[in-house]
Design a protein around this ligand. Structure first.
Ligand code: NAP
Length: 293
């Protein structure tokens, strides 16, 4: 039986936060939502769309009376948000986030939350869209998706259990791991692909014939660069927050790229085909959310 919450205090009524509120209400997991966003116009829009029931004038007041709090703000705003709400946090309140990086978020919580650190269960839903903003909030966003929780030694067991039940109640598959393991994995399979897509678009549009080349591009280009249309501020934050792991992955990528380029330059067809074959086989057998053998 999934946990039921009386009041969700939602801080950040955008794509991720708005989708969470809609999904949790639809699943009967949350009765009432009090929301706050940086711009009053976003908060008002969230109320008009039925995402939140009450507009709060500050993050602190969004937390007042809540038994569940969700931070769905850019990761760079996490620490300031914890500071803004810490005076109303109680030990029986479950607090979560949805940030794409976890070490920085856990460090911010450790610095700010003090004795209430045990109430915080860090979360990263592996769901999203390349469009952000409250107008794209979608109650289906999390259905069937993975959610990674990165609890620490101080996380209260009952809060962790309620967090797992809550995400599962919205149709998610929950996994737990250490924040460092999370950040290393997502540098490889999320942050690097975004960086590469941004860099490729950048390289094409900044050459004299770039626009003409784009006009000729087909489905391969469309699929490869879909994520290059993602929110610039969010991705600036994610890449900076996870810079060590991103640089590590970039070095590994660089090695593969240079290797393959050398093979092209030297017309080493057999070796080149071998590397492509390895990549092609791995990609053909890859299924989302399935562990490799
Ligand atoms: P979003 O649609 O832009 O929503 C972010 C919301 O936070 C906006 O409503 C914004 O308000 C509000 N906000 C910004 N700074 C704030 C502050 N200091 N105090 C209170 N509210 C603030 O972005 P999103 O895609 O939902 O991303 C939210 C979080 O989810 C990020 O941490 C991101 O890493 C994570 N995430 C995103 C995805 C994805 O695909 N988008 C996937 C997984 C995780 P305004 O409207 O007033 O600017």
């Amino acid at each position: 039986m999934a946990a039921k919450f009386e009041q969700l205090g939602l801080i950040g009524c955008g794509l991720m936060g708005g989708s969470f509120a809609l999904a949790a209400k639809r699943a009967g997991l949350v009765k009432r939502v009090v929301g706050y966003s940086k711009s009053p116009s976003t908060t008002e829009r969230a109320r008009q769309m039925g995402i939140i029931d009450v507009e709060a004038p500050s993050a602190l007041l969004a937390v007042s009376g809540a038994d569940l709090v969700l931070l769905a703000v850019p990761v760079s705003a996490t620490e300031a948000t914890f500071k803004a709400i810490r005076h109303l946090i109680t030990s029986n309140m479950l607090i979560m986030d949805v940030g794409s990086t976890k070490r920085d978020v856990v460090d911010a919580a450790t610095r700010v939350l003090g004795n209430n650190l045990g109430s915080f269960v860090p979360a990263h839903p592996i769901a999203g869209k390349e469009v952000s903003g409250v107008e794209h909030a979608d109650p289906e966003l999390y259905v069937g998706k993975q959610v990674i929780l990165t609890p620490g030694p101080k996380t209260q067991v009952n809060h962790l259990k309620r967090a797992v039940e809550l995400w599962e109640g919205m149709g998610c598959h929950v996994q737990q791991m250490a924040p460092e393991a999370h950040d290393a994995a997502f540098a490889a399979v999320s942050h690097m692909p975004h960086l590469l897509a941004f860099a490729l678009m950048h390289a094409i549009i900044n050459q004299p014939m770039g626009k003409d080349f784009l006009a000729l591009a087909g489905p391969g280009f469309r699929d490869f660069t879909r994520i290059a249309a993602s929110d610039p501020k969010m991705w600036r934050d994610v890449l900076l927050a996870n810079k060590l792991e991103v640089v590590e992955q970039a070095k590994m990528f660089q090695r593969s790229l240079l290797n393959m380029l050398q093979m092209v330059e030297d017309s080493q067809g057999e070796k080149l085909e071998g590397m492509i074959e390895q990549a092609s086989n791995s990609r053909s057998h890859w299924r989302m959310g399935q562990k490799g053998k």
